[in-house]
Design a protein around this ligand. Structure first.
Ligand code: ADP
Ligand code: MG
Length: 352
C-alpha cells in the first residue's frame, strides 16, 4: 500500500559502519545551551545547572511494534521520537536531548535509513531536542530502533504517578481512542491491498484517525499551559497503553480508587463514525485503545475552576478512597470495574 519511492538503492555495505554514522549524522547541529558536546566523541556532555534530569528509553522492534507495510520510515522515525518526548512531558519536564540507536539488516538500503532519519531529525526540530549520540549496528533480521530522551525540570515541578489523593479530579488532554482505530483502518487497507494491489484506497473519512496513528504528537505544550493556569498536577502519566490501564497505574501507585465517567470521555466525531462502521463499541476503544500520547493527570479539587471549560482539558472523573475500587460509571449509571487490558490485549480479543 505504501509504494517504494526509493529509486536508488545504495547497499549499507558500501558505506561501512563509520561511513554510515557520518552519512546519517553529518548535518546534525545542536541548539540547546545545555548541550556542551553532541555527536562525535565517546560520550555526549550535558549541563543541567540546578535542574533535575529525567531520562526515558523505548525500544521498537520491527514486526512487534511497527509494520513497515503501512508505516513509512519517515513516520516511524518521527513517532519513535514523539513517544519518548511524551514520557518526558508526562513527568512535567522539558525534553532537551535524545540519543538514537539502530540495528538494521542489509535488506535496508542507505536511502531507507535516510528516510528514517528525516523523520527523526524533523521531530527533534519540532520538539526542540538535540540529537547528541547513539549507536549503529547490524541485525540478522529486520530493524530495531531505540531512542533515549533526556529532559530537565525544577525539582518541585516533577510530577510522579503516585501523587494523587482520594479527593482529586481526573483530567485528560485532547481526545482518546483515535490512534487505535487508525491502526485498524490501516490493517484493513493492507489486507485489501494484498488482494488487489491496484486498489487505491480513499482514506479521507479516516484522515484524523490515520494521522493519530502514523504521526502522533506529544503534549509538550501542557506543562506551560498548566503553569500559566497556576495548576500543578498531583500525579501524571501519558496515555500510551490506553486510558483504563493508565488510570489504574495512577490509582494503584497513589493508593486511591477512581470513578471514570463514560459520558465525559472525549472522543473525536470521526472515531464515532468509524466505530459504527467497524461495529466496535466506542467506549471500549476509547478506554483500551492506546498510543494517543495525551496526558492523563489528577488535580486538587480546588483547581476545578481553573481547568473548567478549557478546550485543552476534559475532567473525566474523580479519585476516591482506595477501598471503593476503580470503576467506569456508564451512561446508564451502572458501575463496572475497570480492567487494564491495554491495546495489545484488545487486539488479541478482536482477533478471537
Ligand atoms: P563508539 O565506538 O564509542 O560506540 P561510535 O563510532 O559508535 O562510537 O559513534 C561515534 C559517534 O556517533 C558517537 O558520538 C555516537 O554517539 C554517534 N552515533 C553513533 N551512531 C549514531 C546514530 N545512529 N545516531 C546518532 N548518533 C550516533
Ligand atoms: Mg557505538
Amino acid at each position: 500500500m505504501i509504494e517504494d519511492k526509493n529509486q536508488q538503492r545504495t547497499s549499507l555495505g558500501n558505506l561501512g559502519e563509520f561511513g554510515l554514522i557520518e552519512h546519517l549524522t553529518h548535518d546534525i547541529t545542536t541548539s540547546n545551551p545545555g548541550t556542551l558536546k553532541g555527536i562525535g566523541d565517546d560520550a555526549a556532555v550535558l549541563d543541567f545547572k540546578d535542574k533535575k534530569v529525567v531520562v526515558s528509553t523505548d525500544l521498537l522492534v520491527e514486526g512487534v511494534h511497527f509494520d513497515l507495510a503501512y508505516m513509512p520510515l519517515k513516520h516511524l522515525g518521527y513517532k519513535a521520537v514523539v513517544v519518548n518526548v511524551s514520557d518526558i512531558c508526562a513527568m512535567n519536564a522539558v525534553p532537551t536531548q535524545i540519543t538514537v540507536s539502530i540495528a538494521v539488516s542489509n535488506r535496508f538500503p542507505v536511502e531507507a535509513l535516510d528516510e528514517l532519519y528525516d523523520g527523526i531529525k524533523h521531530a527533534a526540530k519540532i520538539y526542540g531536542v538535540d540529537i547528541v549520540g547513539g549507536d549503529t549496528t547490524s541485525s540478522q533480521k529486520g530493524m530495531i530502533l531505540s531512542i533515549t530522551a533526556i529532559g530537565e525540570a525544577d525539582a518541585d515541578a516533577i510530577t510522579y504517578r503516585n501523587g494523587a489523593t482520594s479527593t482529586d479530579l481526573l483530567v485528560v488532554t485532547g481526545d482518546v481512542g483515535a490512534a487505535y482505530m487508525g491502526l485498524k483502518v490501516l490493517e484493513r487497507e493492507k489486507q485489501v491491498f494484498q488482494v488487489n494491489p491496484q486498489n487505491q484506497p480513499d482514506l479521507d473519512a479516516y484522515s484524523y484517525l490515520i494521522e493519530r496513528q502514523l504521526k502522533p504528537e506529544a503534549r509538550r505544550d501542557i506543562k506551560e499551559i498548566l503553569k500559566a493556569l497556576d495548576v500543578k498536577p498531583t500525579a501524571m502519566i501519558d496515555v500510551s497503553d490506553g486510558l483504563s490501564s493508565e488510570i489504574i497505574h495512577i490509582a494503584k501507585q497513589s493508593g486511591v480508587g477512581c470513578n471514570l465517567y463514560e459520558e465525559k470521555i472525549p472522543v473525536d466525531p470521526q472515531l464515532i463514525n468509524v466505530c459504527e462502521e467497524f461495529n466496535i463499541d466506542i467506549t471500549t476503544v476509547a478506554i483500551n485503545g492506546g498510543e494517543d500520547y495525551e496526558l492523563l493527570f489528577t488535580i486538587k479539587m480546588e483547581d476545578f475552576e481553573k481547568i473548567k471549560g478549557n478546550p485543552n482539558f476534559t475532567i473525566i472523573g474523580h479519585m476516591t478512597q482506595e477501598s471503593e475500587g476503580i470503576h467506569l460509571i456508564t451512561r446508564a449509571n451502572t458501575k463496572i470495574p475497570l480492567k487494564a487490558r491495554g491495546w495489545n490485549a484488545l487486539q488479541n480479543e478482536s482477533e478471537e
